[in-house]
Write a protein that binds this ligand. Structure first.
Ligand code: ZN
Length: 315
């Protein structure tokens, strides 16, 4: 089975607005400024806990001027961050003031505070008693007792199943392949769990198909311990009929990409080597780190990428 959620990657618009929301409002730490492997003139920003631990990472490709995406089937509908018990009143007030679209909802008997990020992506906050592993970021504008700890859950809205081998749905892939267990079911929502991570699957056949662009999730990644486990997964996925990428070196982890039966792009990512491979914990995310394959373009990229003002980081 996978260990849990590793990271979520979304497509975004303006990079500064993106930083202002995820660092300035949500209080996450910008733990890596790097660029998109496929288009290095676009940032790849990583937000997370104090040391950028797997499971806490929200990442974005802020393309600047880009058409808004459309929410719907075949994509991730929401990302839920866990916050400490007793912190939701703080968040409801903060998001009510700082964000133009926010509100509250009860999902499976639990209060959830939600907000749309600057591009319309839905993020949710939920109180969780037993915290996931995380390291606080002491320069956050959010006081420690209220701080976001990790990504608790993603909510998927699959398209109608396109069978892959013997897996005819997202649910079948989650339980039969990735090791998730069904823990709750109500109305059109089912909840699955592995480790401390959860995946909700929402059945919404009336929804239109999603269009992947600003404000939508590009892919979700699940954790594998190391390269050896990764190799086994690659064989298993291929044997079960999944079309996968080869194992790709993403500098901070190794990745395998594949589409699940509901049309959503999944990634498996290793815990190692992690965010601390090229920066100290003290200075994480403060300078542009260009991937090995694009390092010869570092000077050019530093000139063309917009300068970012990172809340909490003085230079
Ligand atoms: Zn990824």
């Amino acid at each position: 089975m996978v260990l849990g959620i590793h990271h979520v990657t979304a497509i975004s618009g303006d990079p500064q607005q993106n930083v202002d929301f995820y660092v300035g409002v949500l209080g996450l730490r910008l733990v890596k400024q790097t660029v998109n492997f496929d288009d290095p003139t676009v940032y790849h920003l990583y937000y997370g806990d104090g040391i950028g631990r797997p499971g806490t990472l929200m990442t974005t490709f802020p393309y600047g001027h880009i058409l808004p995406g459309k929410r719907g089937r075949g994509e991730t509908a929401a990302i839920t961050f866990e916050v400490p018990t007793g912190s939701l009143d703080f968040w409801a007030t903060r998001l009510g003031i700082e964000v133009s679209h926010s509100g509250e909802e009860v999902i499976f008997d639990k209060r959830v505070v939600w907000a749309l990020d600057p591009d319309g992506l839905r993020v949710e906050l939920e109180e969780v008693e037993t915290p996931a592993e995380y390291t606080e970021w002491t320069q956050s504008s959010v006081p420690t007792q209220f701080a976001i700890r990790a990504i608790r859950r993603i909510s998927l809205m699959p398209a109608r199943g396109r069978s892959i081998g013997s897996f005819d749905s997202t649910e079948a892939a989650l339980t039969g392949m990735l090791g998730f267990e069904l823990t709750r079911e109500e109305g059109n929502r089912k909840r699955f769990k592995v480790g401390v991570s959860e995946v909700d699957v929402i059945d919404a056949p009336e929804e239109p198909m999603a269009r992947n662009s600003a404000g939508t999730v590009h892919h979700v990644a699940f954790r594998n311990e190391n390269d050896e486990v990764h190799e086994k997964w690659l064989m298993d996925l291929n044997r079960n009929g999944f079309h996968t990428s080869p194992i790709m070196d993403r500098d901070y982890f190794r990745s395998i990409y594949f589409r699940e039966p509901g049309g959503i792009l999944f990634e498996f990512a290793t815990d190692q080597p992690g965010m601390l491979i090229d920066e100290t914990a003290e200075h994480l995310g403060e300078a542009l780190r260009v991937p090995k394959m694009h390092v010869h373009r570092q000077d050019h990229l530093e000139r063309v990428l917009p300068k970012l003002n990172i809340p909490g980081v003085t230079r």
